[in-house]
Ligand binder design. Structure first.
Ligand code: BGP
Length: 488
């Protein structure tokens, strides 16, 4: 019934899928590539699931033609991939490596030939190791000119061929995981350093956007943010306030800088009181204000529910909910730890009593997707490109060679429906990239947690034959694209 009232997807809507260099390419030292911080980090015992790493990954570096031909067969309109900085400039700031550029040139050509729009991410977490060693990576302003040099090389080479560009992927996630929870490189736990690195990345993001607009005036660029709507556990005003605080710390802290060019006063004030605020000069402020993204990239997996922090107020007036999953990468901590985190005694994460979770404990919340799109569009007014959304699951390769991933189809279908509702609500959207096209390396969960439309025959114990097999969801998404979502 409701469906008939929904708007159609725009004609030019980019039905896509996404990946990231370290998670698919392999070829960790091929053709002059330098080491990245992920090459080293995955070798530290105990850091990743069964010691899995991206040395070979799913060998996209050698099999990109086969992968693109599967995209073409599917009818995919856009493919989001990231460039490995240390392929282009092996030590991060020195000579440009032509062979590295050539690989992406080949990939882009292959995509264009098959009518797949390339969407290029400049930074999906794999900083050149040399910059980490020499300057302390993102903690130092010296990394900014290095990043600009790398961006310039890509803008000059691909500016005429690639229209859509993403600057940083999930700055909120990689700074927290890298500097708070020690679960990503550089494996640090220090809040002052985390906020400092985050500020340097904001400056690098602004510099990249300004340089892009100078060199590629016809293109479009924006960051991709890992967004989760914030919910209060219930209508108790203290909990509603806690949800506001959560939203400020976990969303606005980044989105305001990207889209308005300034830090939100409330969070900054708390950080200043604690002596962990970043150093922001007048010049920095000007730079942040000057950079205007063309769109906001949103990666959506789930939101977060909070209640008043019981360190602040021990009155127990809420019903108890179960402990929050400790493996969650967005809230990133069991609730008791978060309650003790020094800079945010203003909310406390709880599980949402209304939502089911995936096998990895991530809440499944399609309505939260509509809410996410609505809130970001209402607050910031930029067109939205969904640059990731998908379900991580254990997929089974049947004896007859099929993979019946109906759970993924159901998940995606529900999310697409909510996106269609958001479009009908008036949200301006460029496209949607499912995570992911082929199965790939999950940063911390190896090859067990699969996301692809295309199964890759390898696991955490070995590479097997790396064969590509179409899952049930491949045919389903092919049909969605053919119909431009009319069947949703
Ligand atoms: C996002 C990252 C992706 C991808 C995805 C799934 O945070 O941008 O690179 O990894 O999450 O995460 P995971 O592999 O941890 O399930």
């Amino acid at each position: 019934m409701l469906h008939t009232k929904l708007d159609s997807f725009p004609n030019e809507f980019l039905w896509g899928a996404a990946s990231a260099a370290y998670q698919v390419e392999g070829g960790y030292d091929a053709d002059g590539k330098g080491p990245s911080i992920w090459d080293g980090f995955t070798k530290i015992p105990g850091k990743t699931y069964l010691g899995t790493n991206g040395d070979v990954a799913v060998d996209h570096y050698n099999r990109y033609k086969e992968d693109v031909s599967l995209m073409a067969e599917m009818g995919l309109k856009a493919y989001r991939f990231s460039v490995a900085w240390s392929r282009i400039i092996p030590d991060g700031e020195g000579e440009v490596n032509e062979k590295g550029l050539q690989f992406y040139d080949n990939l882009v050509e292959e995509l264009i030939t098959h009518n797949v729009e390339p969407v290029l991410t400049l930074y999906h977490w794999d900083l050149p190791q040399t910059l980490q060693d020499k300057y302390g990576g993102w903690e130092s302003r010296e990394t900014i000119p290095a990043f600009k040099k790398y961006c310039r090389a890509l803008f000059e080479r691909f500016g005429k061929k690639v229209k859509y560009w993403v600057t940083f992927n999930e700055q909120n996630v990689f700074t927290a995981m890298g500097y708070r929870w020690q679960s990503h490189p550089p494996n640090v736990s220090d809040l002052k350093r985390m906020y400092q690195a985050n500020h340097v990345i904001n400056l690098a993001n602004a510099e990249a956007i300004n340089l892009f607009h100078e060199l590629v005036p016809q293109g479009q660029i924006g960051p991709s943010f890992g967004y989760g709507p914030s919910y209060p556990l219930n209508a108790r005003p203290e909990n509603v306030l806690a949800a506001e605080n959560n939203d400020a710390f976990n969303n606005q802290w980044w989105l305001d800088v990207y889209c308005k060019g300034e830090y939100p006063v409330f969070v900054m004030k708390q950080l200043e009181k604690l002596g962990i605020a970043p150093e922001v000069t007048e010049e920095d402020q000007k730079l942040l204000l000057s950079a205007k993204p063309n769109f906001m990239g949103i990666n959506y997996y789930h939101g977060g529910t909070v209640r008043e922090n019981r360190l602040e107020n021990t009155v127990e007036t809420d019903v108890e909910t179960k402990e929050f999953s400790a493996t969650d990468p967005y809230l990133m901590q069991p609730k008791n730890e978060q309650a003790q985190s020094p800079e945010v005694p203003m909310f406390e994460s709880v599980s949402n009593p209304y939502l089911e979770t995936t096998e990895w404990g991530w809440e499944i919340d399609p309505v939260g997707f509509r809410l996410a799109l609505r809130r970001v569009y209402a607050q910031y007014g930029l067109p939205i490109f969904v640059t990731e959304n998908g379900l991580g699951a254990i997929d089974v390769l049947e004896e007859d060679g099929t993979i019946q991933d109906n759970v993924r189809i159901e998940y995606l279908e529900k999310h697409l429906l909510e996106m269609k509702k958001a479009i009908s609500d008036g949200v301006e959207m460029i496209g949607y990239c499912a995570w992911s096209f082929t199965d790939l390396l999950s940063w911390l969960n190896g090859y067990k947690k699969r996301y692809g439309f295309v199964y890759v025959n390898r696991d955490e114990h070995g590479e097997k034959d790396l064969k590509r097999l179409k899952k049930e969801s491949f045919y389903w998404y092919q049909h969605v694209i053919q119909q431009n979502g009319e069947n949703i």
